[in-house]
Design a protein around this ligand. Structure first.
Ligand SMILES: C[S@@+](CC[C@H](N)C(=O)[O-])C[C@H]1O[C@@H](n2cnc3c(N)ncnc32)[C@H](O)[C@@H]1O
Length: 222
């Protein structure tokens, strides 16, 4: 599914989030507090927007992005080359549940709108914990359901009724943008995700909601 929608993925992100997705990624990357010259891993990197944002915020950092979809990685590679960042950003095809990196090999690890899609989410979190060094941070950016009753009503109407229609028309994929709200409904609450992160080995887990609670940024420390 992700490979099929890859060519229109960035355009639909901007359109369907009214441009907010860039700000959400910016906040998530800032939350890594990556040390000078640090190494960052972005899991489920898709078309590499998180890695490009990280390169912008941390000019000395070395960044790796992994995703199991080859077309997503191919598009990401083109963007990285166009930004002349191929010396600092490396992209690789790999599954989130079996990251091909040694223990403690990164200073921080991120996943943006990715964990929800990983079939074994808790295993994905354990892998993120394994590859980050002691004291390093994990940041999870993910959709959630707004807590405020009025805004939630309007948002859920948009998310379940409007977004799937626009997504179907513009992506050409019959179900990818119906899968999106369905998968958010199937994902734990912010409290539940914080508990999963603690179970995976992170401590001091906290989260904050953005844009009225459409998305949450969770941060934990190994
Ligand atoms: C919604 S996209 C998010 C992409 C990117 N992080 C962003 O911020 O736009 C989800 C990505 O997760 C990838 N993905 C899903 N399950 C995966 C898994 N088990 N291992 C690796 N990548 C996975 C998909 O190929 C897709 O590129």
């Amino acid at each position: 599914m992700f490979s099929a929608i890859a060519p229109r993925y960035d355009f639909l992100n901007r359109l369907l989030s009214a441009g907010r997705d860039r700000a959400w990624r910016r906040e998530a990357v800032a939350a890594t507090a990556l040390p000078q010259g640090g190494r960052l891993l972005d899991v489920c990197t898709g078309t590499a927007d998180m890695t490009l944002e990280a390169a912008r915020q941390y000019p000395e950092a070395r960044i790796v992005g992994v995703d199991f979809s080859r077309p997503m990685i191919a598009l990401g590679t083109t963007k990285v080359e166009r930004a002349r960042l191929a010396d600092r950003i490396q992209l690789q095809v790999a599954p989130a549940e079996a990251l091909p990196y040694p223990d403690a090999s990164f200073d921080a690890v991120t996943v943006a709108f990715g964990l929800r899609n990983v079939p074994n989410r808790r295993r994905g979190l354990r892998e993120m914990c394994r590859v980050v060094r002691a004291g390093g941070r994990a940041v999870v950016l993910e959709f959630t359901t707004p807590p405020g009753r009025l805004f939630r009503g309007v948002y859920l109407w948009y998310f379940h009724r409007v977004l799937p229609c626009i997504g179907r028309l513009l992506s050409g994929h019959p179900s990818a943008y119906s899968y999106l709200p369905a998968s958010v409904g199937d994902f734990p609450s912010p409290e539940g995700l914080a508990a999963w992160m603690r179970d995976a080995g992170f401590s001091g887990v906290s989260y904050r909601l953005l844009t009225g609670g459409i998305v949450a940024i969770h941060v934990g420390q190994k």
